[in-house]
Design a protein around this ligand. Structure first.
Ligand SMILES: [Zn+2]
Length: 62
């Protein structure tokens, strides 16, 4: 699966705020993910991010 900035993805574990949806704000060595529930931003290693993400919900490129 290929990810781009602006994609909305779903993760295995919910964020403490209860949301499982994240918006990708950066792709590269690290993925930048912004929680759609509370706006919290995290930076995650690419490999870790790929394991966390279960599904792509929407893409700005479609
Ligand atoms: Zn959150």
């Amino acid at each position: 699966m290929e990810y781009n900035v602006g994609d909305i993805v779903k993760t295995k574990k919910p964020h403490p705020c209860g949301s499982k949806l994240w918006k990708i704000t950066r792709v590269g060595v690290d993925f930048g993910l912004k929680c759609e529930g509370c706006g919290h931003f995290i930076l995650v290693e690419r490999q870790k991010a790929l394991k966390m993400i279960t599904k792509k919900i929407s893409s700005e490129k479609d």
